[in-house]
Ligand binder design. Sequence first.
Ligand code: NAD
Length: 733
Amino acid sequence: MNLQNFRFETDADGVALATWDCPGRSMNVITQAVIDEIEAIVDAVVADPAVKGCVITSGKDNFSGGADLTMLQGLGLEYEKLKREQGEEPAMRHFFEASRRLSLVFRKLETCGKPFAAAVSGICLGGAFELALSCHHRVVSDDPKTRVGLPEIKVGLFPGGGGTQRVARLMQTGDALQMLFKGEQIRPAMAKSMGLVHEVAGKDEIVAKAKAWILAGGSAVAPWDVPKFKAPSGKVYSPAGMMIWPPANAIYRRETHDNYPAAKAILASVYEGLQLPMDLGLKVESRYFAMILRTKEAAAMIRTLFISMGELNKGARRPKDVPATSLKKVGVVGAGFMGAGVAYVTANAGLEVVLVDQSSEAAEKGKAYAHALITGQINKGRAKTADRDALLARITASADYADLADCDLVIEAVFEDPRVKAEVIAKVEAVIGPDTIFASNTSTLPISGLAKASSRPEQFVGIHFFSPVEKMMLVEIIKGEATGDRALATALDYVRTVKKTPIVVNDARGFFANRCVGAYILEGHKMLNEGVPPAMIENAGKMAGMPVGPLSLNDEVALDLGLKIAKATEAQLGPDAVDPAQKALLVELVETQGRLGRKNKKGFYDYPEGAPKRLWPGLKDLQPTRLDPDTLDIAELKHRLLVVQALEAARTVGEGVITDPREADVGSILGFGFAPFTGGALSYIDFMGAKDFVALAEGLEAKHGPRFAVPDNLRALAETGGTFYGEAAKKAA
Ligand code: NAD
């Protein structure tokens, strides 16, 4: 047997061990070659009468992250080519057979007649977990890094290697659907209690335990291949089934608003598959898989959430000539809401932190926030008290700027006031070394303006975290006019160290994310003023694919902040720069009604103690007119809410704020939850087609005004039939 990705040996007891170890890769992935080799191993085990069974394990720290998504992308391209050359039917036939090969090989393993056991440690996800599920026995290690799961849904796919069928036959249907819909990574103990794995053992024991199971006469027949097998929830068409399926449908609608074809396919695949014997169930799953692989949602989500995000995390935008920085100590000035969060994530990544505020009490208060966060992790079983001690030991709270002296990077998060910031910049620069990089976490002040207060503007950069820092994965890195490559590289290295995803943007008011978010919130305010019922505005946002409605989002970021920004913008740019009706609405809410948002439990919503939030009934009194919901076009409301953001994103490209479409797409999903099924704000346009998008925007402009005006760069794409990604590729070539 000629194997490149596995080592194969048989011990004296006659148990084979296939150790998966893809050469030259840090993580095992499923490629065409790996699938061929798994089949060859199955054939070899069956053919040799001396072999009793086989254990599959990994030669690396992790088992495997699953299928190579670029391989799946390749299948799509092959399909397009064959369709052009030979027509749709042969192309589809080829595509179907190629896309179900994994499923067929796993089924061959499962029905080969000899027992297979999986010995798993570390990450085992997607297709790799489907391989484990097709083994007759599964032993996982109790290593803290061990996780199993089927996360395909997160990139718009669904498990096509038998996952939907096997999981649905292992556990109650409701639990199986939840697992498949959520795509969560599951810890060993939980996996055992869910019935996904048979044994949990020490890392060094998993192979021995798996072998022992085979030697003890482990059965080579999967439960569902035993005659008279009954699924845990019984038959689909039964009184119990009727308790499951109608609500499952409703939950699907509630959670996805029918935006995710992969989620619908999961539902259909489980529903249909459970009514069939395993082989036919797998065929049904394969049909849905082939269909889903060809959806624009899968293409968009794979591109943005897997490929582009991976590239940005690996430093796609890092200046190549700057040697890697070795950050050891980071200063954080301003221990308020943001500074405290920044100190926590920095110390959590193993760096030393000096946290400075105006008084020791204020600095200690910021450090106490880190204490509270890590205690929360301990309570959830995700950290140990020793981790807390170590983390807190890395944070020095101080009121003395001199303590910043030997920091490699200093990030300021003081009040959003240019004068305060200028003072802080001068005080910090007076004590830090000549090579130290200075970063501002400002959310609204242009970096080039702040850098004027710096004596070394080439070492000045924006590192814009989002709140809450410990949860939000995106960081905008802002290049001021004078920002040099070393400052940019240091910022990128730092963001990578704290395990966030960076996008690099050029300096402009609102940078990237807040501009698009602002447009979304403004549209919600506009609808309110027009007389659209508030609940309908919120539902339109969620139906369009946003995580929360615009009014709810405004409550989270605070209404007074919005008013403050509106006033500051007006003062600097003149009255035309703000929307008068929006300003009037915010003045009424903030200044007259004292409604600031979630922070004072009064905003567009009320936040009663111990009960879910609900829209404030007084909103209707603020509406000059009230429209009859039955006369409103919900499709148009949804379009308005996405189109207005996508147009803003397109403008940032036209203005040179965004220079790489991957960053707008990743930034829009991670930064403000832009409808993930679209692949992000620019992919939304690209996949719709610039021409159709422009026609849509023009219709909205005619009805709702110039905020829907199409920028020139987008109009040019519509005229040439181009895309944002196509343009970027041309520039890079
Ligand atoms: P905050 O008011 O909670 O904290 C500011 C802290 O800075 C306070 O603890 C204050 O004592 C301290 N401070 C003020 N002057 C100082 C000085 N001279 N020296 C040392 N410390 C000083 O504010 P915040 O919400 O944390 O915002 C801080 C910065 O982060 C602002 O620039 C803001 O625009 C930006 N930001 C805020 C958010 C957000 O959602 N709040 C999001 C992204 C960025």
